[in-house]
Design a protein around this ligand. Structure first.
Ligand code: FE
Ligand code: FE
Ligand code: ZN
Length: 292
């Protein structure tokens, strides 16, 4: 089971992320290179990178399974303001360089929001931007499947396929998010069928990361609010089936579930429940007792 969660990237940079992941019993993790809401980035420190790599090696974390997440404010879909669109492209290029320096091989990106543009034009813009960004010697971009909130692009398998078809490179993949898929109208309780649908659209070999989240909202709600495993509308057993699925066994699974009362990270206990293959009926109490 390749399982981890999103972790912080603060003063100790990647080293701090590794330490945090290990404290949760994770064997992989996902991080933002700075605040997800902005594009302010500190310089990377080489000694911290070396120490982070050593710590990963000592603890059996394969760096190939570690992923970065680009900030949400990047929008490749809308080019009405050419300067903003160019900024998103430039920033993503820099993020790829930063990931390369850190030794990370993939970065999850939200395709973008159409905001006032026709969907097909927005999808073409995303592909055009990707064609300017993708380079084989840089980490791979993974397009995330979205919930369809507002004018979000990439909320159906077909939209993801349209973007990929217009990209002139194979050096691109997909990250599927269980909460987003549920909110977009794909039933995670019928995951085997969903995988067949993926095989028939862009192909299972494109999936390089799975975000494992329960959802606060019902199937097709287009909301995008993550819930702790087993406490949402998808349910623990459906998510466990995703995590254990043989067709995805070499793909890293990343939890992005909310902190309990905005204060206590749930990941140690959620990871434990997945490893035990059994829902913890006292999840919230156990988390609170542990961190109090
Ligand atoms: Fe995301
Ligand atoms: Fe996600
Ligand atoms: Zn989300």
């Amino acid at each position: 089971m390749i399982i981890g969660c999103h972790v912080n990237f603060t003063n100790e940079q990647l080293l701090g992320s590794v330490r945090q992941a290990l404290s949760y019993g994770a064997n992989t993790f996902m991080f933002y290179t700075g605040a997800p809401q902005n594009t302010i980035r500190k310089n990377l420190e080489e000694n911290l990178i070396k120490e982070a790599h050593q710590l990963m090696q000592d603890n059996g974390i394969d760096i190939k399974n570690v992923v970065c997440h680009a900030p949400y404010i990047i929008n490749l879909a809308n080019n009405k303001d050419p300067e903003k669109w160019q900024f998103s492209i430039q920033f993503l290029k820099q993020e790829l360089e930063r990931c390369k320096t850190l030794g990370i091989s993939s970065i999850v990106v939200h395709p973008g929001s159409a905001v006032g543009l026709e969907k097909n034009i927005a999808l073409q813009n995303i592909s055009d931007a990707l064609n300017l960004i993708i380079r084989e010697d840089l980490p791979m971009i993974l397009l995330e499947t979205m919930a369809g909130k507002g004018t979000e692009c990439g909320c159906t398998l077909e939209e993801i396929k349209t973007i990929l078809d217009q990209v002139h490179s194979n050096h691109i993949g997909v990250c599927i998010d269980t909460c987003h898929l549920n909110d977009a109208g794909y039933n995670i309780e019928q995951f085997d069928e969903l995988l067949i649908q993926i095989e028939k659209t862009f192909g299972l070999e494109k999936v390089h990361c799975v975000h494992v989240n329960d959802s606060k909202n019902t199937l097709g709600s287009h909301k995008d609010r993550h819930e702790n495993l087993g406490l949402g509308t998808i349910g623990f057993n459906a998510l466990l089936h995703v995590v254990l699925h043989d067709k995805l066994k070499n793909v890293p699974k990343i939890l992005e579930t909310p902190y309990i009362e905005r204060e206590y990270p749930p990941y140690k206990f959620e990871i434990e429940a997945l490893k035990n293959r059994k829902q913890n009926p006292n999840l919230i109490e156990d988390i609170k007792n542990f961190y109090k």
